[in-house]
Write a protein that binds this ligand. Sequence first.
Ligand code: PMP
Length: 287
Amino acid sequence: MTRVVYVNGRYLPYAEAGVHVEDRGFQFADAIYEVCEVNGGRLVDETRHMDRLERSLGELRIPLPMSRRALGLILRKVIRRNRVETGLVYLQVTRGAAPRDFPFPAAGTTNPTLVCLARRVDGAKREARAEGGIAVKTMPDIRWGRCDIKTVMLLPAVLAKEAAAADGAQEAWLVDSDGFITEGASSNAWIVDKAGTLITRPTGNAILPGVTRRSLLDVLSRENIPLVERPFSVDEAISAREAFITSASGTVMPVVRINGVSIGNGYPGDLTRRLRSKFHQAVEFSR
Ligand code: PMP
C-alpha cells in the first residue's frame, strides 16, 4: 500500500495527493516518468534511470525540476516513508499546469510538476510467476515515432495489455508494420534461437532503451554470452528455443507462450533462468 506521496514539495497522505486539473500531464500527456526497482530497500540502477529521465525531459524541453541529488533524496524519502523493501518507486515530471493550449506555456509562467510514489511488490508472487513463466500476445504497434522517450502517453500500451489480459496473457508484444516485434507494452523483448543465439531489437526510435536491458548487456559481456541486436519476427519468436522480457518491475521474466503456442518445451529456458539469477550481480545498488 502507498501511504505517502510526494507532490511538488510536500509529502501527502495517499488519499489527498493530487495535481491541478489543468496540469499538462493530465491534458496532453506532456510528461515523463521513470520506474525503478527497490530491492532490499535499495534503489537499483539509479544512475541509469536518472540519465534516461534527463534525456527524456531534454527531448521534450521540460526542465529538470531540481538537481539529481535533490531528486535522489526524494526517491529515498518516499521509499522509506512507505517502508518499501521490495517494490518500485515511480517518479513523474510534467511540464506543469497552465490554461489549456497546445504550444508550450511562455517561459517562466509555469513550473514542472513533480510526483513520486513507492509501492511494495510481493516478491514471492513475482518469483512464482518467474518459475512458471508468462504468456504474451502479439498486437499491432500503434504507438508514435518516438518510443525512445519515456512519456506517460501510454494508451496504446493500455489497450494492448487489456487485449492480452483478455486472452489470459500477462504482456503484449508489439509488432511493427514489417512484422517485426518492437518490444513489450511495458518491457523489452528477447528470444534465444534454435542455435542458442540471444537476439533483441537494437535501440532506436522504435523502442524504449530499457535500463534492465542495458544492465543485462553488462551481464552478457561478463559471462561471455553472445548477443545479436537485430529485429526478429513473430514467426521467429514462436519457433524460438527461449523467450523472455526485461523491465525494472520484473527484471528477467521468462515467456513460455506466445499467442497460445508453447515456446521451447513450455517451461522457462535454461539461459533465461541463468540470466535471471545473475541479473542483480551487474546492477548498481544505492541507499
Ligand atoms: N519498454 C517499454 C515500452 C516500457 O514501458 C518499459 C518499462 N518501463 C521497458 C521497455 C523496460 O524498461 P526498464 O527496463 O527501464 O524498466
